[in-house]
Design a protein around this ligand. Sequence first.
Ligand SMILES: C[S@@+](CC[C@H](N)C(=O)[O-])C[C@H]1O[C@@H](n2cnc3c(N)ncnc32)[C@H](O)[C@@H]1O
Length: 447
Amino acid sequence: MVDDVTDETPRPCGKRNGPGHGDDPGHGDGPAHGDGPAHSGGPGPGRGGSHGSAPAGNHGGSPGRYDDGGHSRRPGASHDGTAIPWSTAMERALYGPGGFYLRPEGPAGHFRTSVHASPLFATAVARLLAATARRLDTDEVAVVDIGAGRGELLTGILAAAGDCLDGLTVRPYAVERAPRPPGLDPRIEWCAHPPAGVRGLLFANEWLDNVPLDIAETGPDGVVRYVLVRPDGTEEPGGPVEGPDADWLARWWPAAGPGTRAEIGRSRDEAWAAAVGTLERGLAVAVDYAHAREARPPFATLTGFRHGREVPPVPDGSCDLTAHVALDSCALPGGRLLGQRAALHGLGVRGERPPLALAATDPAGYVRALEAAGQAAELTARGGLGDFGWLVQPVGIEVPEALAGPGGPAGTGASVRSQAADHSLASDGSQAADRSMASGPSERLGA
Ligand SMILES: C[S@@+](CC[C@H](N)C(=O)[O-])C[C@H]1O[C@@H](n2cnc3c(N)ncnc32)[C@H](O)[C@@H]1O
C-alpha cells in the first residue's frame, strides 16, 4: 500500500466524500485534455485544506513525494502518467480496481463521520423516519441509505427501532459501491443502486462529497480552464471550460479572478436529482460539508484523507479524495437547507448535562446521561459536526415538523450560525433567503 506521504497533518476529527451514483459518475462531456502550458505547481491557488481558504500551491506535487516500491496499482489518474480530468482520476482512485472505497477496512478505517461518532445520530435519523412515515400516513416505510459505508447507519437505525419505530415495518436498503460486509443484519438489502419507486426516507450522509467532479482554475489570462492531474498528483491546465460546465460555474461558482479555483458541482447535482427521483413519496436528506454561493472558497476544497489525517489529494487509490458540496446547487424545488446543529436539535439531540441530583439517586444512569450529553455536544458543535449542511428535500409530502422551522420546534437553542445557515428554496429552486450557509468543518474525525 502506498503509505509514506511525509506531509500528513494530524486531524483530530473530520471526514471526506464521493461520486455520483451509477457506474460512472463522470459525465461524458467533460474536460478536454491538456492543451495549455504545463505548470509545475508553484505558489498559486492550492486546494488548501478542506476550507480551501489557505493557498497551498498547486498541491506542490513533487513526483516522488511518495514511494510505493514500484508496486503501485495506480487506480487513479492515467496509467501512462499523462494528465487527465480530476473527475476521471477520482472515479478510478476511489472506485476503480484497488480503489480507496473498495478496501476491506471501509471508510471507518480512515475517518469518523457523525454515524461513527455516536449512536445518537442513528437514533435521530430513526426519529426522522418515524416522522416521515406519519407524513406518509403509512405503517410500512423504506429507509434508503446512499453511500452506506459498511451499513453502520442502518444497523443503528434498526437498533433504535424499539424506541423510535414502534408499530412500523421498516424496509432498510443500503446503497453502496463496496461489497456487502460479512455479518450484516440480514434484514438490510444491499444494492448497487437505489431501489425505484419506494416510499420513505432516503438519507445520504457524506456521500455527495465523494462524488467525483471536475476542477476549474482561472489562468493569468482570465480564461477558466479544467485542471488536469497526473498519477503523482501534480497538475496542469487543460482546455477551457465550456458548455454545461461553464453554465454551472456562471450560475453557482463564478470565477473570482486569476489563480482562483472552483469545483464544478454539476455531477453532484445530477447524482442527487437521480437519487431523489427514485422516491415515489417521502423525504430525501443529504448531509455534508457544504458551502453556499455567497461564500465559495476561492481556492476550492479538494483534499485527501488517510488514517484520520488530512493528506495531499493524490489520485492513486491510497487516500480518500473529497471536496465540499455546493448543496444549494443540488437543491431541487421545495428543498431547504439547514445546519446539522439545528436539524439535530429539532430531532431531539441536545448536549445538555443531566441534573446533578441524578448522580445521587442513580449514579449509573447519571454516567450514561453524561456520556450521551458529550456525544450530542460533539454532533452539534459549532466549528465541528454541527456546521454540516442538511439538504432536506420533500417528495409529495410536507417536510416533517422537526425540520420545518428555523431550527425546528426546539430551535430556540439553535446557534446563531446554524440559524444563519437556514435557506428556504422557493418552488422555482431560487433561494428565498439570501444568507450564507456555514461551511462544514475542515477536519474529519480521526479514525
Ligand atoms: C464517506 S463514506 C460515508 C459512509 C457513511 N454514509 C457514513 O456516513 O459513515 C462515502 C461512501 O459512499 C459510497 N459511495 C460513493 N459513491 C457511491 C455511489 N454512487 N453509490 C453507492 N455508494 C457510493 C462510498 O463507497 C463510501 O462508502
